[in-house]
Design a binder for this molecule. Structure first.
Ligand SMILES: *Cc1c(COP(=O)(O)O)cnc(C)c1O
Length: 393
């Protein structure tokens, strides 16, 4: 006999999902109504307004895709990229290689800007590549590389793209809500995100926003979009237009209540305050990690506050430490991916996970278990260092 599933209560400090706020979980449990119900349609209009606030844009086409962040990536590529196009793709971690896959599956050519894992995308390298490829129509890059903890200068990259007459596709899955992102002021064209990182919501939704320039390219297509579900021409009929909302797919009704609640909470906090909170908590975690003798792999000027990749000390089995943290403290940290597998832990401070008590739990647990495995640490000093930064928080 299989019984109801009751998951353990964990503290999620990995690369996502992050801790979901209780208010968001409560919103999920509200009564399901029809997805064309006038009350639901009114909620969707608020959701679009709230998303525009989070993305800092006036873009009319700003909405959540009913699928995870990867579908946010895919909706940008399948609509904007046409067979025969050339797309310049920056790669400095895991997610850039997925962009390349998307470009090639859309029948286009990907020209890669190969960067270094753990570093920001180099704007000069992008400039040179775009100059060498005047046929390029699009520049694609990851703003916040969750696989390494590096933050690229999206504003500078958008400026270079515009000078070379390219649209931008920007992965803001981990940046939205966690560190500065200015879609309109920076002139980004197609930006996608995810619900489960710095928005403190459950996984499974992908907020996206498209500039008019991006939509002009979609409208000018001479070939059909190679996906029925993600064809913007069809989705726009469902999400835009105040009167005639036509059936496209059944919206994930309760999941959208959850996203609405998380965005209401973000608006209550204030987006700039949310950015400041993530930055402040990153400084506290960093002070504690340094007191433990641990090092962040990304140079200071290129670090994300919400994702901290920490070098595993010599002689320590990184998986053993994560296993102990999960079993003994209900604490989840992330492992390294790709070339960083076995070499780093990824400590997320995303959304509702970015709280003083989580920082202290993480430092206390990590220091204690490293000590138990024979690595010299001073856990008390780490907690004191973090407390000193947190002040009266
Ligand atoms: C998590 C993540 C994604 C993918 O989102 P899913 O919801 O897992 O599909 C894409 N890009 C980045 C940078 C991410 O961190």
């Amino acid at each position: 006999m299989i019984h109801s599933f009751n998951p353990p209560a964990r503290t999620l400090m990995g690369p996502g999902p992050a801790d979901v706020h209780p208010r968001v979980l409560a919103a999920l449990a509200r009564p399901t109504i029809g997805h064309l119900d006038p009350a639901f349609v009114a909620m969707m209009d608020e959701l679009k307004t709230l998303l525009r606030g989070a993305f800092r844009t006036d873009n009319a086409l700003t909405m959540p895709v009913s699928a995870p962040g990867s579908a946010g990536m895919e909706i940008c590529f399948v609509n904007l990229v046409e067979p025969g196009d050339t797309v310049v793709v920056c790669i400095n971690g895991v997610f850039g290689s997925r962009m390349k896959e998307n470009v090639e599956r859309a029948g286009a050519t990907a020209v890669m800007v190969e960067g270094t894992w753990g570093r920001a995308v180099d704007p000069e390298q992008v400039e040179r590549t775009l100059a060498a490829h005047p046929e390029a129509r699009i520049l694609a890059f990851v703003h916040a590389e969750t696989s390494t903890g590096a933050c690229s200068d999206a504003q500078a990259l958008a400026e270079i793209a515009r000078r070379h007459d390219c649209l931008t596709i920007c992965d803001a899955v981990t940046s939205l809500g966690g560190s500065p992102l200015e879609v309109d002021a920076w002139g980004l064209d197609a930006v996608y995100s995810g619900s489960q990182k710095c928005l403190s919501c459950t996984p499974g939704l992908a907020p996206v926003t498209f500039s008019e320039r991006a939509l002009d390219k979609v409208r000018a297509r001479t070939t059909k979009v190679n996906s029925w579900f993600l064809d913007l021409n069809l989705i726009m009929g469902y999400w835009s237009g105040e009167q005639k909302r036509s059936y496209h797919h059944t919206a994930p009704v309760n999941a959208l209540y959850a996203l609405h609640e998380s965005l209401v909470m973000l608006a209550e906090e204030g987006i700039e305050q949310a950015w400041a909170r993530h930055a402040h908590h990153h400084q506290a975690l960093r002070a504690g990690l340094e007191a433990l003798g641990l090092e962040l792999i990304v140079p200071e000027a290129e670090r994300l506050p919400q994702l901290n990749a920490v070098a595993v000390p010599a002689g320590i089995d990184e998986a053993e430490v994560r296993t102990r943290l999960l079993a003994r403290y209900n604490l989840e940290l992330g492992a390294g991916l790709g070339s960083l597998a076995g070499k780093v832990w990824r400590i997320g401070l995303m959304g509702y996970s970015s709280r003083p008590e989580n920082i202290l739990l993480c430092l206390g647990a990590l220091g204690t278990e490293l000590g138990a495995l024979g690595h010299q640490t001073d856990t008390g000093a780490a907690l004191a260092a973090a407390r000193a930064v947190l002040g009266t928080d």
